[in-house]
Design a protein around this ligand. Structure first.
Ligand SMILES: [Zn+2]
Length: 270
């Protein structure tokens, strides 16, 4: 599933091909993805110059004067910029053609992704109630500490709550908690201000690092068979239950926490 770093990598890779270009036509090969594609996408978008491509959480917003196309890659979606004559393959559901002779093509085999419309000056309901971006200045240890007082939920569930902070998926939560030395099962309200400082730093480090690594695969977004890459060989705990801790050698514990697989080291994380 594309996580925040993959979506940010996609945004950075696609942006130069979209910024300032005019949409010529929109081709919908089916009427819906996860939800029906609203009529504005084919009625309003053609003819509009693209003023930018933004990211909020794991959503991409293709901005034009009358509004933004709101895209989510879901479980299996991908976006590529291709020459307009490139024949569509299975699961290529949407083409947004540009005056450059290229198309922005949305492929999504499982169709958990979406393409929606947000009129200018409004906020789509999917974006309402989202917490701060983990790489923005309003996210940090003090913020997490204040917000978590009195909360009994495990700190891992707290960190993955999109109303607390967006884009910290299962992999990044597990790795950040290991780096900060915090057991994922600990109650969110029982983590000190200092340790939340370490956790916020770990989240920033890991996401920035993953975005940087994603930068090396930018060309994939332009090729017909490209797919964003992870950094599996660098994972310290995620998916490593039963294997030795890379720091202290103890066997990593595993359990399910809020229906998500979780691995951690009882030696390094308290
Ligand atoms: Zn350890």
């Amino acid at each position: 599933m594309p996580e925040l770093p993959e979506v940010e990598t996609a945004r950075r890779g696609l942006s130069p091909h979209l910024q300032g270009r005019r949409v010529t036509t929109v081709t919908l090969r089916r009427p819906d993805l996860r939800w029906p594609i609203p009529p504005e996408i084919s009625a309003v978008l053609p003819g509009q110059p693209i003023t930018g491509l933004r990211r909020r959480a794991k959503y991409l917003l293709l901005d034009t004067a009358p509004g933004s196309a709101l895209l989510h890659l879901g479980m299996s979606g991908s976006l590529r910029v291709l020459p307009a004559a490139t024949p569509p393959t299975l699961h290529d559901h949407v083409d947004i053609a540009l005056d450059s002779g290229k198309v922005l093509r949305f492929n999504d085999p499982r169709r958990f992704g979406c393409l929606l419309w947000q009129p200018a000056g409004e906020q789509h309901e999917l974006l309402a109630g989202l917490g701060p971006e983990p790489l923005d200045d309003d996210f940090g240890g003090d913020y997490l500490f204040e917000l978590s007082r009195g909360r009994k939920a495990p700190v891992k569930a707290f960190l993955m709550d999109q109303s607390v902070v967006v884009g910290v998926g299962n992999i990044y939560a597990a790795e950040s908690l290991f780096r900060a030395g915090i057991a994922p099962t600990r109650a969110a309200g029982r983590v000190s201000r200092e340790r939340y400082g370490a956790l916020a730093g770990a989240v920033r480090y890991i996401l920035s690092h993953a975005i940087q690594r994603g930068g090396t695969t930018l060309r994939d977004f332009l090729s017909p068979d490209g797919a964003p890459g992870y950094f599996e060989q660098e994972l310290l705990v995620y998916g490593r239950e039963g294997e030795p801790c890379k720091v202290c050698g103890r066997t990593l514990k595993g359990s399910r926490l809020g229906q998500r697989a979780t691995a951690w080291c009882a030696g390094c994380q308290r």
